[in-house]
Ligand binder design. Structure first.
Ligand code: NAD
Ligand code: WQD
Length: 346
């Protein structure tokens, strides 16, 4: 066993896939989640796939007493912090709840990590921190901005985390903070088994779960938000990344933090494929590869959307020795495998 990793939000979409990849790589996970956007059934599926029980604590990450208990009970080597609220539109309607959850969970977590002397952290950031890109592909040194409270919560957390190694220097700390901020592009797909996958509680906000719910008959048709962008076919272009590749990126980040030669201080790293795919390309590939129709209509642009967004993923390759291995076909096939086997989710 290589070490024990505390995974906040480990019952969620990306967290559950990461727990499986951590187990494959020889790490033990401990999950903390409050099920605000996930289901307890995920834990059974994780046990089934990993062949062992993963310790689970039902708690809110803002609950410092609960965190204290976890750090005293388990010998934690590093933390991956997924827990957070993530719906852009909802964040505009309830900004305070988003700032409360996302900021206060991170503050509570870091305070308790520091108290326990565990200062290695992988944080779920997002390509949303690049705002409306000036140039493509996006490199980590490009200007950052936010266009909504969700994105702003990620930006504030990134800035806050950068203050921690600076404080270590002032305080002469001999166990300095080491944090990797992973900026995900557009996570899609599901585990090959079809046992875990993305299961939005309400109407999906994101494209891929919407497509798969139309395909399975839960929704009538997809609205394609705009076909007049300056892109290959007029529809929005994004860098879709398979969730299993993304999960492996977290294992690489943990490997780095626990290695003899880890990053110093705080490093932001893109996790994307470097390839752009349009909405209609994704819809058509889904329908063709899976042999299921996906009804759609062209609708107005969605406010706040950018025309195109894709990563330069060189830094992940050079620092973490990670690159995406799965393509769009794997993403649509694995999504449909999950959705068709679990038509109503968990
Ligand atoms: P998710 O909602 O499926 O998972 C988040 C998990 O955290 C859920 O299980 C939820 O119950 C839990 N949670 C939320 N607040 C909590 C709290 N205060 N205490 C304990 N548990 C809490 O989301 P996901 O897609 O797996 O995203 C994981 C992280 O990655 C989030 O921080 C999200 O902002 C970030 N991210 C996601 C995407 C994406 O498109 N999915 C893209 C970029 C970044
Ligand atoms: C992709 C494309 C839409 C739905 C969001 C967040 C971002 C990150 C990932 C967390 C766009 C189009 C979508 C639909 C459509 N999350 N679309 N019809 O907007 O790139 O990113 O999720 O960090 O912060 O903003 O992803 O999947 O919503 O949209 O035509 O019903 O699909 O216009 O071009 P987005 P998405």
């Amino acid at each position: 066993m290589k070490g024990t990793i505390l995974v906040t939000g480990g019952a969620g979409y990306i967290g559950s896939h990461t727990v499986i990849e951590l187990a494959e790589a020889g790490y033990q996970s401990v999950i903390v989640d409050n099920f605000s956007n996930s289901s307890p059934e995920v834990l059974n599926r994780i046990e089934e796939l990993s062949g062992k029980k993963v310790p689970f604590i039902k708690a809110d990450v803002r609950d410092r007493q609960a965190l204290k208990g976890i750090f005293s009970e388990y010998d934690i080597s590093a933390v991956i912090h997924f827990a957070g609220l993530k719906a852009v539109g909802e964040s505009c309607q309830m900004p305070l709840e988003y700032y409360d959850n996302n900021l206060n969970s991170t503050i509570a977590l870091c305070l308790e990590m520091q108290a326990a002397g565990v200062k290695r952290l992988v944080f779920s950031s997002s390509a949303t921190v690049y705002g409306d890109p000036e140039r493509l592909p996006l490199t980590e040194d490009m200007p950052l901005s936010a266009t909504n409270p969700y994105g702003r919560s990620k930006l504030i957390i990134e800035d806050m985390l950068r203050d921690l190694p600076a404080a270590d220097k002032l305080n002469g700390s001999d166990t300095p903070w080491q944090a990797i901020l992973l900026r995900y592009f557009n996570p899609v797909g599901a585990h090959k088994s079809g046992r875990i996958g993305e299961d939005p509680k309400d109407t999906p906000n994101n494209l891929m779960p919407y497509i798969s719910q139309v395909a399975v008959g839960r929704r009538e048709k997809l609205s394609v938000f705009g076909d007049d962008y300056d892109t290959i076919d007029g529809t929005g272009v994004r860098d879709y990344i398979h969730v299993v590749d993304l999960a492996k990126g977290h294992v690489s980040a943990i490997d780095n933090l626990l290695s003899d030669n880890p990053v110093t201080g705080v490093e932001a790293i893109n996790l994307g494929t470097g390839n752009g795919t349009s909405v209609l390309q994704l819809v058509n590939t889904f329908a063709e590869e899976n042999g299921v129709p996906v009804a759609y209509e062209i609708a107005a642009r969605r406010p706040g959307d950018v025309a195109a967004c894709y990563a330069n993923a060189d830094k992940a390759k050079s620092l973490l020795n990670w690159q995406a291995g799965l393509g769009i076909k794997d993403m649509v096939i694995d999504t449909w495998n999950w959705q068709s086997k679990n038509p109503s989710g968990y």
